[in-house]
Design a protein around this ligand. Structure first.
Ligand code: TRP
Length: 473
């Protein structure tokens, strides 16, 4: 049946660009630098890198293998492995909805900043009307309608790309977007590092403060470990089936083992580069490297408007938010693809005709609706339209905790148990050697990761997470 032929990547390089595009996003540019800065700098980086090697690589490989083997998104894929695993797929799907809904709100905000700087650049700095950066931010975030409109536009752009399909939409877009992102990053990093005082930012980011590991510090080893692990999963797009879905469009003649190593290296490289933009910029202009959305929006806004100022400030501001916008879109398309492939996988199972457009539109609308509270609670501001905060968290943090904090580590835990103990890691070997072109090189390493290291790390993280919630002492 021609209409049921599954789309696929045009080339392995196209796949790599798209997968790196999925990985590189707000997590790298905004989450990574401030989490690193707050959790011991170099001391955090060491744990982060170690976690990538002993957990991230294996989970990445596991997801790619499951995807290519089954040729389906997470729900269909786990079902195909065994009916009893279907729940893991559904958990991934739920995470996808939650993450995409808050991601779109943030993406929309980035869009607003990008447009404001463009207008400011063209009109000689009049868009910010003497508002301070904090006022500009709070005026915007408590304006529910504006938040909703920008979120909607961001989702619309995402939907438009995903609707066009894998090779014609996602791959085509990332082939332009990723090189553009690289060029922008180089331009901005060069400019920022030339500012006086930039070195202080690098010191803040990289200076190892090993005292954070000690139990007498107010951070502690487990918090560093948990933060690094959560950040790693989020940044590599792991734990909810994103890489399963992207892997499902790979042809059998691709080297999965190599791909599983290239994507994390590229992602980490960009995270460190992005950190070297954000932190030096913040320090060069004497601002606080404080956490949360305020870093990306208030502090950096101030850097461009007040610190650099004038035309150059607006130009750099525009280029910076354009970079963040591109990074966010190449990630949101991967999240939407996970959710909307679910419908077509289902149809394929039932031997019904598949169609890309309608399911993608329906899923985006659902995501938009789920994101409404995130857009309307002013990120936790008391002046916002929605004042109710679940368990005392603002809606963005709440969605993030359910997905990144709970569902994704559980998903990765079960996946590694299935691969390591259920399939004795043989599933990895068979799938990699499937086309007869490649031999699996690191069987023993992967075997130990899946059987022991990943499950134990996930259990520790879940323990620390539940402790945070006050569920266990
Ligand atoms: N990795 C992206 C970032 O760093 C976000 C992202 C895309 C993601 N797809 C994902 C996070 C799947 C978790 C799961 O911003």
């Amino acid at each position: 049946m021609e209409e049921n032929k599954r789309d696929s990547w045009g080339s392995n390089f196209g796949f790599l660009l798209a997968a790196v595009g999925s990985a590189v996003g707000l997590g790298n540019i905004w989450g990574f630098p401030y989490k690193m800065g707050k959790n011991g700098g170099g001391a955090f980086l060491i744990i982060y890198l170690a976690l990538i090697v002993i957990v991230g690589l294996a989970v990445m490989l596991g997801e790619l293998v499951i995807g290519r083997k089954t040729g389906m998104g997470p729900v269909g894929a786990y079902k195909k492995l065994s009916k009893k695993y279907a729940l893991v797929g559904y958990m991934g799907l739920l995470s996808g909805f939650l993450i995409l809904s808050f991601y779109s709100v943030l993406g929309g905000m980035v869009g607003k900043y990008m447009i404001s700087f463009l207008i400011s650049m063209l009109s000689g700095g009049s868009t910010f009307n003497n508002l301070t950066s904090a006022e500009f931010f709070s005026n915007f975030t408590i304006n529910g309608w504006e938040m909703l409109i920008y979120c909607f536009l961001f989702l619309l752009a995402t939907t438009f790309i995903v609707m066009k399909g894998i090779s014609n939409g996602i791959e085509k877009f990332t082939k332009v977007a990723m090189p553009a992102l690289a060029v922008l990053l180089i331009v901005i990093i060069t400019f920022v590092l030339c500012q006086d005082g930039a070195v202080e930012g690098l010191k803040f980011m990289f200076k190892p403060d090993f005292s954070v590991y000690s139990s007498s510090s107010d951070i502690g080893f487990f918090t560093v470990l948990k933060t690094a692990a959560g950040q790693m999963f989020f940044s590599l797009s792991l734990g909810m089936g994103c890489m399963i879905t992207y892997g499902s469009y790979l042809k059998k003649n691709t080297n999965l083992e190599k791909n599983a190593i290239i994507i994390p290296i590229a992602d980490t490289f960009v995270a460190i580069m992005a950190g070297m933009v954000v932190m030096p910029a913040v320090f060069a202009y004497g601002l606080e490297p404080s956490a949360g959305p305020s870093l990306l929006f208030i502090s950096l806004h101030e850097v461009f408007v007040t610190g650099m100022g004038g035309f150059i400030g607006s130009l750099m501001g525009f280029l910076f938010y354009l970079l963040v916008f591109i990074a966010a879109i190449t990630s949101s398309i991967s999240l939407l693809e996970v959710c909307s492939s679910f419908i077509n996988d289902k149809k394929q199972e039932e031997h019904k005709k598949t169609n890309r457009k309608l399911p993608t539109i329906i899923i985006s609308l659902m995501v938009f609706v789920i994101g409404v509270p995130v857009a309307l609670d002013g990120l936790g501001s008391s002046n916002a339209i929605i004042n109710f905060q679940p368990f005392g968290y603002c809606w963005l943090d709440f969605y993030d905790l359910i997905s990144e904090g709970i569902l994704m580590p559980i998903g990765a835990l079960i996946m590694s148990l299935i691969i390591g103990w259920g399939f004795k890691t043989k599933i990895i070997k068979t799938e990699i050697e499937e086309g007869g072109l490649y031999k699996l090189k690191g069987f023993v390493f992967w075997d130990i990761c899946f059987k022991i290291i990943v499950p134990i790390t996930m259990l520790i993280i879940l323990y620390a997470q539940f402790q945070d919630f006050g569920i266990i002492k």
